[in-house]
Design a binder for this molecule. Structure first.
Ligand SMILES: [Zn+2]
Length: 423
């Protein structure tokens, strides 16, 4: 049995605990946790060990836009650049890009990714001979990078690129069902999926007790579209389609109305905020405090991968609200870290992940306290408010090391990113 002795560990409360002995079973789960235990023969992990970080909202291919789309414009002009990028992708290139992107996530302490997958078909919308070729490429990429993946197969029927679109909701369901590793479903947005089709996707997810994600109210224009065409908000449309519930995650909810917030809270739905993307795309600041107060459960994602840093996402939830509200301490530090860990796992249907306790998935991330950024800081506040991804030293997924001393065990991530993104 593997034994790890954590100099500090976060066990879910408001402070870090010193000297925590964690033993791992052969099943890839945590067998025991003992605070204040001597290290004995256990491997010593210096720094703060937290549950692995959950990146609950990703579009892996958008990593290729990083640093290439900073010109003037809006969300809508950025979207045109994203559509153009999507036209250039082939299965081999997609797999290589996703593998390197997931490798970057591992180095950032991410142990599970929710891949919101909507690039399904070949050029012109012609299906590949295996209609799930691109989905399988993404699944293979995550396996090679050593992180867990929950593929959220997105229904996309109107607008966008032909490469995103299935012929109908029934065609989406047939394809998603054929992808036997599919663990979840997604409704791309109210712009892309009409109410009748939403209901098909929601039913598909409900029957499988699978996570269901949807982009919700990222931009004011999305609310205006829903109001003009359907006389409702995106959230109320999803509620009417039977989508809202404990397996549902609203992505963004930046422009959710007061009634929307109440509905999401009453449903105990998850809301995945993606603050670094929302600021990059000039979306706005989401009502995180109000959502949490209403009963919604927060998760975090790096979405477009303008940066991949879940601790930055966590602190941004608080810091952006400080800018908007003029108040500090709107979210407890432990709540921010919960959103970055257990909140994301739960949003992805992995209820055994995101905590350091017996029976939990043995997914762990250790952050050094010795770097110039972290030296002298209290471990928990330091990790959430000061740590950078370079402070992530060791990452374990299911009891297996993926990152050791800041280096991926099997992938030269920077070299692969340079190769795959070479002009
Ligand atoms: Zn997204």
């Amino acid at each position: 049995m593997t034994a790890l002795w954590c100099e500090w560990a976060w066990l879910g409360g408001g402070v870090a605990t010193a000297g925590v002995l964690v033993t791992l079973g052969a099943d890839g789960r945590i067998a025991s946790v003992a605070a204040g235990a001597p290290p004995g023969d256990a491997e010593r992990l210096r720094g703060l060990t937290i549950p692995g970080l959950a990146n609950a909202h990703s579009h892996a291919f958008q990593r290729a836009l990083r640093g290439r789309a900073q010109g003037p414009g809006s969300f809508w002009s950025w979207r045109e650049q994203m559509y153009a990028l999507a036209e250039t992708i082939d299965p081999d290139g997609y797999r290589a890009l996703a593998r390197a992107t997931f490798g970057e996530m591992a180095l950032a302490g991410v142990t599970v990714v929710g891949e919101f997958h909507y690039l399904h078909h070949g050029p012109g919308g012609v299906p590949y001979s295996d209609p799930n070729e691109l989905g399988r490429a993404v699944l293979g990429a995550a396996a090679e990078a050593g992180i867990r993946i929950v593929l959220l197969d997105a229904c996309y029927l109107e607008g966008g690129s032909a490469r995103f679109r299935d012929a109908s909701a029934a065609a989406w369901a047939e394809r998603a069902t054929a992808l036997d590793l599919t663990a979840g479903a997604a409704i791309h947005s109210v712009r892309a999926v009409a109410p009748d089709a939403m209901r098909v996707v929601a039913t598909w997810a409900t029957l499988r007790v699978a996570p269901l994600h949807a982009h919700v109210s990222e931009q004011p224009a999305e609310n205006a579209f829903a109001d003009e065409r359907y006389g409702r908000t995106p959230t109320s449309m999803l509620a009417d389609a039977g989508a809202l519930g404990a397996n549902f995650t609203a992505i963004h909810a930046t422009h959710a109305t007061g009634a929307d917030i109440a509905m999401l809270g009453a449903a105990e739905a998850h809301v995945c905020l993606c603050p670094t993307t929302e600021r990059d795309l000039a979306d706005g600041i989401g009502p995180a405090r109000a959502l949490a107060g209403a009963g919604a459960r927060l998760a975090l994602g790096s979405d477009s991968h303008a940066v991949i840093d879940l601790l930055e996402e966590a602190r941004a939830v608080e810091l952006d609200e400080r800018l908007a509200s003029g108040e500090r301490g709107r979210h407890a530090t432990a709540d921010l870290l919960h959103a970055a860990t257990a909140g994301g796992y739960a949003s992805l249907g992995l209820h055994a992940g995101g905590r350091i306790s017996p029976g939990a998935l043995a997914d762990l991330t250790t952050i050094t306290l010795d770097s110039v950024r972290m030296a002298g800081t209290p471990p928990l506040e330091g990790a959430v408010f000061c740590a950078g991804v370079a402070d992530v030293r060791d990452v374990m997924v299911g009891g297996r090391w993926v990152v050791r001393d800041g280096t991926h065990v099997s992938i030269d991530v920077a070299a692969e990113l340079r190769t795959v993104l070479a002009p």
